[in-house]
Design a protein around this ligand. Structure first.
Ligand code: F6R
Length: 249
């Protein structure tokens, strides 16, 4: 794991955007793994800016999102389909046929998971995956559990996740209780991973991810076993990391 501690959310987003822009420049047909939520918004803004100013080209890029709420139509402003199009895809030159997001309206979630995993494989696997992290150390919507779920699957969201995501809805009752998410094996198969976190409310999760024991009780901890992970955090999210871990940063 490489750890980069930045002074601000802005710096974190710039550092992540450099990794993504470099990947796209060197391999224009890269397969990118995308996340939703507040954390990667700055990264997406920076990449849009690089696209607009110096023409970073997404025309051959393929993207797979980590997850989607179950029961929300793609047109629903709370859906991750809507979020990704509004905040990223509609503002770059990615081809719509190269954008993949799990179908939260599928009648059979087991079949949808199988279909999604096969699509990732058919496109050659993910080259670079961005991850946010939940306060309970979830990645994607892989919630703390007694085992790591390998592939794309239906999840019941934890109460903590529902509370955290309620900020995007007018009423907590509106937050879907279920989602479909890539599994841990899907994430671990990505060739490179960038994990982003900012804010004090992520400090405990980052501590578990970076230097806790590897356990499905803290799903992000599995990343300690990945061969190419860059963790980019601001000082607040790094606050609980032991000095020895922070020292080289
Ligand atoms: C979203 C996702 C989640 C979020 C996490 C952090 O696609 O997979 O794991 O990354 O819940 O969310 P924010 O960034 O809103 O704090």
């Amino acid at each position: 794991m490489r750890l980069i501690i930045t002074n601000s959310y802005e710096e974190m987003s710039v550092a992540a955007a450099k990794i993504f822009a470099g990947q796209i420049y060197l391999k224009p047909d890269s397969v990118l793994g995308m996340a939703t939520g507040s954390t990667p918004l700055g990264l997406y803004k920076k990449l849009i800016a690089v696209h607009e100013t110096i023409g970073l080209d997404f025309s051959e890029i393929i993207s797979f999102n980590l997850d989607e709420y179950i029961g929300l139509e793609p047109e629903n402003p709370q859906s991750y389909h809507y979020f990704m199009h509004k905040n990223f895809f509609d503002r770059i030159n990615i081809k719509s046929e190269n954008v993949y997001i799990p179908d939260g309206m599928a009648a059979d979630m087991v079949a949808e998971g199988t279909r999604y995993d096969a699509l990732i494989e058919s496109r050659g696997g993910i080259d670079l995956q961005v991850l946010g992290i939940g306060q309970n150390a979830h990645i994607g919507f892989n919630e703390p559990d007694i085992k790591f779920e390998a592939t794309t699957h239906r999840v019941r969201l934890d109460e903590e996740t529902i509370q955290a995501n309620a900020r995007f809805f007018t009423d907590e009752q509106e937050v879907p209780r279920y989602a479909i998410s890539m599994g841990i094996k899907n994430i671990m198969l990505a060739k490179k991973v960038v994990l982003l976190a900012n804010g004090k409310n992520k400090a405990e999760a980052i501590c578990k991810a970076v230097c806790g024991g590897v356990s499905p009780a803290a799903p992000a901890s599995i990343l300690q076993l990945h061969r190419d992970v860059t963790v980019i955090v601001d000082h607040d999210a790094a606050a609980l990391l032991p000095q020895a871990v922070k020292a080289p940063c």
